[in-house]
Write a protein that binds this ligand. Structure first.
Ligand code: NAP
Length: 479
């Protein structure tokens, strides 16, 4: 903690906010203030934008191999400092240390993956249909980008954007979530150490997101917005981006269905449910939000899931043996409490959990609800907490219709031992990703993203870099 920067990172230098403002960073396990970081205002954002704009042209001309090697070095530094970064993340976000270490590895992998992609940006030469004209196709960086990240994966949501932007030759202004600024500042320090030129990445931590970001989006110099967060904020930022026709990538909320058919292997289904529900204490866009279980196996599935959930140890993420850390803040916990109370009022049975403990910190116990009424609020709200809500179904068409009956479409989970059914159901689910007999889909080598109101574009995989590149076509007549 002592070496973690707490100032803004602009033009390669650590600086205070122009008006000297700072904001506290809290430990969600105790409610105590960990430290204060600089709280940027519009003036600082402008300086960060200028630094990114100034650095863009030269950075775009940097050899792909040089960009690749910076990412590779940063990957290695992150891996070397896994413990340090995991402690930092746990202190500001709350997740247990083992999960934080897992996120460090996941986050680092985006840098390794995009270090490999940086040198594979291709173009083309083609003869046009008339036989006389040639087309030369090249790919160029979109230009200075604004990257906005949420608090739930403080390191990985940064590297998933910074990795492809660096690989493509874009400069950036990063605005992390105010609850978890330290991981992003630590990341900036690592990239500087790895040789990233001044001005390529600028980080503005702020409690004034709207005042800081809106002028950049409307100003016409930022050419790309890559946002991860809630659908409501995504919609607002899309509207703001329209004025200067800023290109956008949107990784938004989810409402994942988790479907267990009567022919599923229940051991696999319960293992999958534990991951899909409990990764990050349920504070994940990929979290299973609605468990649809075939009527013939619902009681057994509920019993086994409740047993596993009830055995998890809740406590501060830094303590040995803890499986479930605190939720991010009091507001997040109050939302989970309200959703559970609403479901119970409508007749849901609490198989395990269901009550927040007394005392400091924002803890909520792993909870399983059975016989959930389809009209309950948690059916169309991201729970963002460790609560599994089980409903029953009778046939395949019915469950597909119900699974798709939501404005979101990020991910779905399907458990069945039948190959035909697995493929048929996956194809009919309106989602960007499907976990087939698994509760985990996130992988830096795969295109992550959703359909419907879960977003636009994909992050990671071969296509992740495309979000940061434009085509340029040269018309060449050959006489
Ligand atoms: P959020 O409230 O939408 O905030 C996300 C980020 O946007 C934060 O940095 C936030 O800063 C910023 N923001 C809010 N209003 C803004 C504005 N007017 N202008 C510019 N920036 C603004 O979401 P969250 O609560 O942090 O994160 C949880 C959400 O993220 C969930 O919906 C989850 O599903 C989604 N998520 C999606 C993915 C994915 O890949 N699809 C991954 C992770 C999370 P402030 O907090 O200061 O407002």
């Amino acid at each position: 903690m002592t070496d973690t920067p707490t100032q803004l990172f602009i033009g390669g230098a650590w600086v205070d906010a122009a008006d000297g403002a700072t904001m506290p960073v809290d430990d969600p396990a105790t409610g105590e203030i960990l430290c204060h970081v600089a709280d940027a205002g519009p003036k600082d954002a402008k300086l960060a934008e200028e630094a990114a704009v100034r650095a863009q042209e030269e950075w775009a001309r940097t050899a792909p191999r040089a960009r690749s090697e910076i990412l590779r070095r940063a990957y290695e530094i992150i891996i070397e400092r896994t413990d340090e970064l995991a402690h930092l993340m746990t202190s500001e976000m709350g997740k247990p240390l083992a999960e934080a270490r897992g996120e460090v590895a996941y986050a680092a992998e985006f840098f390794r993956w995009f270090s490999e992609e940086a040198v594979r940006i291709d173009g083309g030469l083609a003869t046009l249909p008339d036989g006389r004209n040639r087309m030369l196709l090249s790919r160029r960086p979109v230009g200075p980008c604004l990257l906005i990240t949420p608090w739930n994966f403080p390191l990985a949501m940064g590297t998933r954007k910074i990795g492809p932007a660096v690989a493509a030759g874009c400069t950036m202004v990063l605005k992390p979530a105010p609850q978890t600024p330290l991981s992003s500042l630590a990341l900036a320090a690592i990239l500087k150490e790895a040789g990233l030129p001044d001005g390529v990445l600028n980080v503005v931590t702020t409690s004034r997101a709207g005042e800081v970001c809106e002028p950049l989006l409307r100003g016409g110099r930022i050419r790309k917005l890559s946002f991860t967060g809630s659908t409501a904020v995504g919609q607002l930022l899309l509207a703001q981006s329209a004025q200067a026709v800023v290109r956008t990538s949107m990784e938004l909320g989810g409402n994942a269905p988790f479907v267990v058919f009567e022919d599923a292997d229940l051991d696999k289904a319960v293992d999958g449910a534990m991951v899909a529900k409990m990764r990050n204490m349920g504070e994940a866009c990929t979290a299973a939000n609605r468990f649809f279980v075939h009527r013939s196996v619902a009681a057994e599935f509920g019993r086994r899931l409740a047993e596993r959930m009830g055995a998890l140890v809740v406590g501060p993420g830094t303590r040995d043996g803890v499986d479930v850390g605190p939720l991010i803040d009091k507001r997040g916990r109050a939302k989970v409490e309200e959703l559970v109370a609403d479901a119970v009022e409508r007749g849901a049975q609490v198989l395990v959990g269901g009550h927040a403990p007394e005392g400091p910190g924002c803890f909520y116990p792993p909870t399983v609800l059975a016989d959930v009424d389809p009209g309950s609020r948690l059916m169309d709200t991201e729970i963002f907490g460790p609560v599994a809500a089980i409903l029953t179904f009778d046939d395949e068409d019915e469950v597909i219709r119900r699974a798709n009956d939501t404005p979101w479409g990020l991910v779905g989970y399907v458990f069945t031992e039948g190959l035909d059914r697995a493929l048929r159901v996956s194809e009919r689910l309106e989602v960007g990703m499907v976990g087939l007999n698994t509760g985990l889909v996130s992988n830096p080598a795969a295109p992550f993203g959703g359909v419907k109101q879960s977003g636009l574009g994909r992050e990671g995989g071969r296509v992740g870099i495309d979000e940061f590149l434009e085509y340029q076509y040269l018309a060449v007549p050959v006489r």
